[in-house]
Design a protein around this ligand. Structure first.
Ligand code: HEC
Length: 441
């Protein structure tokens, strides 16, 4: 490593311009991330609900049917979650290159493990979905349930790795203490964040399924044990109770956030989000009170309000990240300027060297001497041989040395010496010819 690099205490900034204005990238990051996390939520929440419903299905068949119907939605949502994850990944790479890659590197193996874990989780989900009928009796049913539980556990662990990473990138001052994934969990407030994420997953999945099974076109023939309003009510209830729990988990998350990124702006955004959240919760309970003929009437309003809450929390997240990293970014910028100045200085003094001490043809020839001797062949042909070929034509040697060809089958190729410059090569060439002619037998 170059000493200048080694002496840079924080990695230097990339002096490359962003391809589009920074605010566009920020907007894309927030928007793409929210779309991605929505499907992640549905995938995680869905797999948890399936485990629970299939468990209830041991007593009453209709819950098993419902579990099956929910399982059908997971594979689609998980595919969308992955595809929609590419956008935010690209944006975060551009906007937070130093912090993001540092966190990736510090969580090491766990970060790399994501790919195989995702593959296994997907396969398990498909196995679970497609064996619903064939593994429905006795021991096979236990195997089936275990597959569902295993898939859910994988789906619980993968976002945890992501979360640890995203959390770690916010606290550069702690990086030196990190020794792999598990030690990174002690930094910041990973666990409250995770709890908040899990609750959000269940709430959003409840809301999604209330709409999914409640819609007019929904085919409920496999769900004979339920009426449409019953299904609506059940999933609304999941959404309402978990959202109510968020009013405990949310503050826990907010108050355990390390102080570095906390600003008044953050409080304003989060508290406004929470206020809309409270309104949403009240509407959810109002829906639950309605009788069967009217339940679902407020669905559109509730979804709209929920979207505002999610957008608010997503922006809050960004505001915290920006504030937490302000000083680190400034430090990197400062060091980069110092680093570039040092490099410029290094290049200036270095470029001056050859001019200061002009070399004699004999000294210059030392570059070639390892392979070319006056009368005998070493790695390359002797000067006697070269002098016969190039007598009266030093320019020919210059041209060859700049870009050597491949001539002799019994010898290796010669490396090019264009970097010496034509003037120096010309001196060497004349020296070679003189020496070669003098050594002729
Ligand atoms: C690492 C070994 C090596 C060094 C150093 C080296 N050469 Fe060579 N040189 C060769 C080899 C090998 C050949 C024969 C290549 C071939 O014929 O394919 C060769 C061939 C030549 C020839 C003959 C070209 C021809 O038309 O037959 C010239 C002239 C020559 N070198 C000039 C130089 C000069 C000038 C330098 C120093 C600036 C230099 N060489 C440094 C290995 C070297």
């Amino acid at each position: 490593m170059h000493p200048l690099f080694a002496a840079t205490p924080v990695p230097h900034d990339l002096p490359l311009p962003l391809p589009i204005p920074e605010w566009t990238l920020v907007a894309c990051l927030i928007l793409f991330f929210l779309i991605h996390i929505l499907f992640v939520n549905l995938m995680v929440g869905g797999s948890l609900l399936v485990v629970w419903l299939e468990w209830m299905g041991r007593r009453q068949r209709r819950w098993d049917d419902l579990a099956h119907a929910v399982a059908e939605t997971i594979t689609v949502n998980k595919s969308l979650a992955v595809v929609m994850g590419i956008g935010p990944l690209l944006c975060i790479n551009l906007l937070y290159t130093m912090q993001w890659y540092s966190a990736n590197a510090l969580t090491g193996h766990a970060w790399l493990l994501i790919v195989p874990l995702v593959i296994v989780a997907f396969l398990l989900t498909y196995v679970h979905k497609y064996t619903w009928e064939s593994w429905s009796q006795g021991r096979l049913k236990i195997l089936h349930q275990s597959t569902g539980i295993a898939a859910a556990l994988f789906f619980l662990f993968i976002p945890f790795i992501f979360l640890a990473n995203v959390n770690l990138m916010l606290f550069p001052s702690e990086w030196e203490k990190v020794r792999g994934f598990f030690s990174s969990l002690r930094i910041g407030n990973v666990f409250p964040r995770y709890l908040h994420f899990l609750a959000a997953s269940l709430a959003l999945t409840g809301l999604f399924l209330a709409g999914w099974f409640g819609r007019k076109q929904a085919n409920l023939t496999h769900l004979a044990g339920f009426t449409r309003p019953e299904l609506r009510r059940f999933f609304y209830r999941v959404c309402a109770y978990v959202t109510a729990a968020q009013f405990v988990v949310g503050p826990l998350l907010l108050f355990t956030l390390p102080a570095v990124g906390i600003t008044t702006r953050l409080y304003v955004i989060i508290l406004s989000g929470a206020a809309v959240g409270l309104l949403t919760l009240l509407l959810l309970f109002a829906e639950l009170k309605r009788d069967d003929s009217r339940i679902g009437g407020l669905y559109g309003v509730i979804v709209a309000l929920f979207s505002i809450v999610v957008l608010g929390m997503g922006s809050g997240r960004h505001v915290y990240r920006e504030a937490a990293l302000t000083s680190h970014k400034a430090e990197i910028r400062e060091r980069t300027v110092a680093y570039q100045a040092a490099v410029a200085e290094f290049n200036r003094t270095h470029a001056a060297l050859p001019k200061a001490a002009a070399q004699s043809p004999e000294e210059l020839f030392m570059t070639c001497a390892a392979c070319h001797a006056p009368a005998v062949q070493l790695v390359g042909p002797s000067l006697v041989e070269i002098a016969t070929i190039y007598a009266g034509n030093p320019e020919g040697i210059v041209a060859w040395a700049r870009a050597p060809g491949k001539k002799r089958a019994n010898l290796p190729p010669m490396p090019p010496f264009a970097h010496l410059g034509d003037a120096n090569l010309r001196l060497i060439a004349e020296y070679m010819i003189t020496k070669g002619e003098a050594a002729q037998p």
